[in-house]
Design a protein around this ligand. Structure first.
Ligand code: CP3
Length: 345
């Protein structure tokens, strides 16, 4: 069994210090990332080139020494493999210019074969693994079916979710057919990433927090569970639902080894409720990193005090690093994880 701190935390073994990593730790807040991106010409170009994807995955590890490297890629790439046009517009984020419109489009989505459709992902994982320091865990990831359905149906930022909810409520069987196809694609892609060397995987459900508990249980959770089946017993899994405070019992029941919490969740309370069953990741508010390094340290110590050294804590932000973050703030966050854990006052 591996003694990497991240994997030990996912097994809820006691550790002197929690492992630490950050969502979006490779990204625009790093000058060395912006340099690679400018030379590559764009975000998708970087994702498709295993050498560039590996390089930017490793950049934050070299600079800050986190305990996990998350593959540089995107949750939306499998949708492109299923047949959807995907573009990243400067300043606007990802866009599907031809979003799914009805049962015909859904039935036309292809099943994916990750080794051929997403071979650049496996190649990037292998390159990162070859250079990773011994203590660092390689993370793979996918978007959860509900979040993927949101982008596929809305075409852009799914804030309103009008098309998603209309399909869900008017034609639930068509919606569930889409969710089933997405679950199978995610299952295949997670399994492929593990086969390529990912040592743990994260399932990101960025938009499911907008559902109430009953709709999450009916329309989202069964498909997340199906997506996670292919990796049972092969690698530990972490489930994340942004703004999912009201869904924690349901997310905990997905069967993953870890649950990531956003900053709105009381970490002490979450440990009391779930700490005997799950590793818990989180959960500093990413906006705190817009503050001064000494304040980042203090606020990180508050998070560590809430976890109080209980086994299974993985220190992380409650969501991704913001692009306006100064690298010094990320350094302060990572350093705070290595200092003595403050006791709960
Ligand atoms: O460092 C890492 O965390 C690994 C790489 C990673 C990216 N996206 C790179 C990226 C991961 C794990 C993701 C996941 C992802 N992508 C999610 C789920 C997690 C979350 O953030 O809620 C979602 C919803 C997406 C879809 C997506 N990709 C959006 C909405 C955007 C635009 C937002 C933005 O910050 O511009 C992207 C682009 C994206 N994905 C960037 C990065 C580094 C910015 C690309 C750039 O312009 O250089």
């Amino acid at each position: 069994m591996s003694d990497k701190p991240m994997l030990r935390a996912l097994r809820r073994e006691p550790l002197d210090h929690p492992p630490v990593w950050l969502m979006r730790q490779a990204g625009r807040y790093l000058p060395e990332y912006r340099e690679v991106r400018a030379a590559a010409g764009g975000f998708l170009e970087m994702c498709h080139d295993p050498a560039l994807a590996a390089e930017v995955t490793l950049q934050p590890i070299r600079r800050f020494g986190m305990d996990a490297a998350i593959l540089f890629s995107d949750i939306l790439l499998p949708l492109a493999s299923m047949g959807m046009d995907l573009v990243f517009e400067e300043g606007r984020g990802p866009i599907f210019p031809n979003p799914l419109r009805g049962a015909g489009d859904i039935d036309a989505l292809r099943a994916i074969d990750p080794a051929s459709d997403l071979g650049f992902v496996g190649a990037a994982i292998e390159r990162v693994k070859a250079e990773l320091p011994d203590h660092v865990t390689m993370l793979g990831f996918c978007g959860a079916p509900y979040t993927l359905a949101c982008y596929a149906l809305e075409g852009g930022n799914p804030k309103e979710q009008r098309t998603v909810r209309t399909l869900m409520h008017r034609e639930p069987e068509v919606f569930e057919r889409l969710m089933g196809k997405l679950a199978d694609a995610v299952a295949a892609h997670l399994e492929y990433q593990v086969a390529s060397g990912a040592e743990a995987v994260v399932l990101f459900d960025t938009w499911a927090g907008d559902l109430n508990r009953a709709d999450y249980e009916r329309f989202a959770a069964p498909f997340s569970r199906r997506a996670l089946e292919s990796t049972v017993g092969k690698a530990p899994r972490i489930a994340f639902v942004r703004a999912g405070m009201h869904l924690l019992d349901s997310v905990a029941a997905l069967g993953t080894e870890g649950m990531a919490l956003d900053w709105r969740v009381d970490l002490d309370d979450a440990f009391n409720r779930f700490g005997d069953r799950l590793a818990l990741q989180g959960n500093l508010d990413p906006t705190v990193l817009l503050g001064r390094p000494e304040d980042v340290k203090r606020r990180t110590q508050d998070v560590l005090a809430a976890a109080a050294g209980r086994p299974g804590h993985i220190l992380a932000l409650g969501h991704g690093v913001l692009k306006w973050t100064q690298p010094e703030a990320v350094a302060a966050f990572v350093e705070a994880a290595r200092e003595p854990v403050p006791s709960r006052s």
